[in-house]
Design a protein around this ligand. Structure first.
Ligand SMILES: Nc1ncnc2c1ncn2[C@@H]1O[C@H](COP(=O)(O)OP(=O)(O)OP(=O)(O)O)[C@@H](O)[C@H]1O
Length: 279
């Protein structure tokens, strides 16, 4: 059962293990001729890209080519930036993301986001998960407790924090905070997880833990990850899209199966970037 068809607060909350596995080359997000401007300045132009369900898609490219802006447009976080303008079309699991009548709160529940710097609420570990669950209609105390435990187990945090659930989340290590943020997104049973350089602020060990968790999401969630770490993209991505700044704005240069992008790219820019000769 999926969020989009159930009534908030009544659906059975279940763990990652129990979610249906689906990694098929079937588009879940279809972006057509998407452009984004900050004021008069274009961040990216005319991006057309299909993102497959249940797969991990890595967005790569040099700084400033519009990767973060593209990611943020998918759950309309860009609405929050004054002067920011989107045009084109985004369909997400049948939903017209940019339609004025689209419920943005529901959209953001379906499309969770993890940022470069872990951003837990300045609340207890428990409240970091309880707060969004309550906001989205889950009130029953037992179900709240079970869902919080399941969420923390799904990110391998339960055993580390079960005895201090009421301690401040900000007292956790950076890697633990990032896993908590992942749990906070996952307990809402999103369809899509957007991750903006989720490992880049972490030490190598914590980064490896997050990377393993991302791999474990394959088949359960549609994942888009922005990364500057090409080795990481090679290791974890099913599909890869290269962005580049051309003619004063970000452009999608090439997208396809990660193996093809890294081993047999069609575009010379892709070849230069993945070989480390440019960017
Ligand atoms: N809030 C904003 N207001 C104005 N311009 C912005 C804003 N955010 C990004 N930009 C501009 O839009 C362009 C694309 O930025 P964006 O952060 O999306 O690129 P990026 O590829 O994610 O870069 P990086 O890899 O460095 O994070 C850049 O020229 C940037 O300066």
């Amino acid at each position: 059962m999926k969020f989009s068809t159930s009534t908030p607060g009544t659906q059975p909350w279940f763990s990652l293990e129990e979610r249906p596995v689906c990694c098929v080359p079937k588009p879940f997000i279809e972006v057509e001729q998407l452009s984004l401007h900050y004021g008069q300045k274009p961040a990216f132009r005319d991006v057309t890209l299909a993102i497959n369900q249940g797969c991990i898609t890595a967005l790569i490219g040099p700084s400033g080519c519009g990767k973060t802006s593209f990611l943020s447009s998918l759950n309309r976080l860009t609405d929050l930036i004054p002067g920011c303008r989107l045009s084109g079309r985004i369909r997400l699991g049948g939903l017209d993301v940019m339609a004025p009548q689209t419920d943005v709160i529901r959209l953001r529940r379906r499309v969770g986001m993890i940022f470069q710097k872990p951003n837990p609420f300045p609340l207890s570990i428990r409240k970091n998960l309880e707060f969004p669950l309550r906001e989205h209609g889950l009130r029953d105390r037992d179900r709240l407790a079970n869902t919080i435990e399941t969420g923390l187990r799904d990110v391998g945090l339960w055993d580390e924090v079960k005895d201090r659930l009421d301690s401040p989340a900000l007292a956790l290590s950076g890697g633990q905070q990032q896993r908590l943020c992942m749990a906070r997104a996952l307990v809402l049973l999103p369809d899509v997880l957007l991750m903006d350089e989720p490992c880049s602020a972490l030490d190598p060990l914590s980064s490896g833990v997050i990377e393993d968790l991302i791999v474990g999401l394959r088949g359960h969630y549609t994942v888009l990850i922005v990364t500057h770490n090409l080795s990481q993209a090679r290791r974890i991505a099913d599909y890869t899209a290269l962005f580049w700044v051309q003619h004063g704005s970000g452009q999608l240069i090439e997208a396809g199966p990660a193996k093809q992008i890294f081993e047999e790219p069609h575009d010379p820019l892709t070849a230069a970037y993945v070989s480390g000769m440019r960017g």
